[in-house]
Design a protein around this ligand. Sequence first.
Ligand SMILES: Nc1ncnc2c1ncn2[C@@H]1O[C@H](COP(=O)(O)OP(=O)(O)O)[C@@H](O)[C@H]1O
Ligand SMILES: [Mg+2]
Length: 243
Amino acid sequence: MRDSIYILDRLVKRYGHREACNIAHMEIIRGEILGIIGPSGSGKSTLLRLLNLLEPPTSGSVTFDGTVFDGHTSVDIAVRRRMTMVFQNPLLFNTSVLSNVAYGLKVRGEKDNREKAYQFLDRLGMGDLAREHAATLSYGEAQRVALARALVLGPDVLLLDEPTANLDPFNVGVIEKLILQANREMGTTIVLVTHNVFQARRLAGRVALLLDGREVEVGPTEELFSQARDPRTRAFINGEMVY
Ligand SMILES: Nc1ncnc2c1ncn2[C@@H]1O[C@H](COP(=O)(O)OP(=O)(O)O)[C@@H](O)[C@H]1O
Ligand SMILES: [Mg+2]
């Protein structure tokens, strides 16, 4: 039997009459990189917020590591700390890079938070940015710092919403390397939302396609790219989908 860290069951999220997400059943395997692809408005960000237990589902449930969360369950801080989300346009605090990265550790009561943050930045090849003020960073550097700020907490699950949208190729490469490194070296389960099918193919072990809030198809990456069952998956992958 496979070891699923998440099990989604009849998970529905509505905003007013608008159904943003409706997943009959989905499992996320511990330690995998799952790519979620789909056009704009297909419910990718909504699904990530549900996985982050930030928003209660309208109906159905998210089971995280054996605990069932439905619209009425309160989320324990210890559970929330096991997952970290990097939003599409992350905001950095108006201080130094080092303070940004140390912040989460400090909140968690780590005494040597600044030293740890510095060592972590250095290990990621970003030690030279530590003293910079966040406001002076380029967009690409800021995205890297936001990822470092999430990774330094050593989460079991990293939820990434379009982590490289609007980035130059150099920074895309650096961020993709960091994502793979976190997965391989720390065993972090990663859910990577991207509208970039090439990125999903480069990084993910499995890929799921969402359309109109529903999962069209999920499968091992190479299988999905070479022999998708659903014609809509083939169309999306080949860039032929009109939306
Ligand atoms: N907070 C919200 N309030 C109202 N509608 C929302 C909200 N968040 C998302 N939606 C709607 O849900 C649908 C899915 O949105 P979203 O999850 O952001 O898609 P994606 O990330 O794939 O672009 C869209 O129609 C969007 O307008
Ligand atoms: Mg989105």
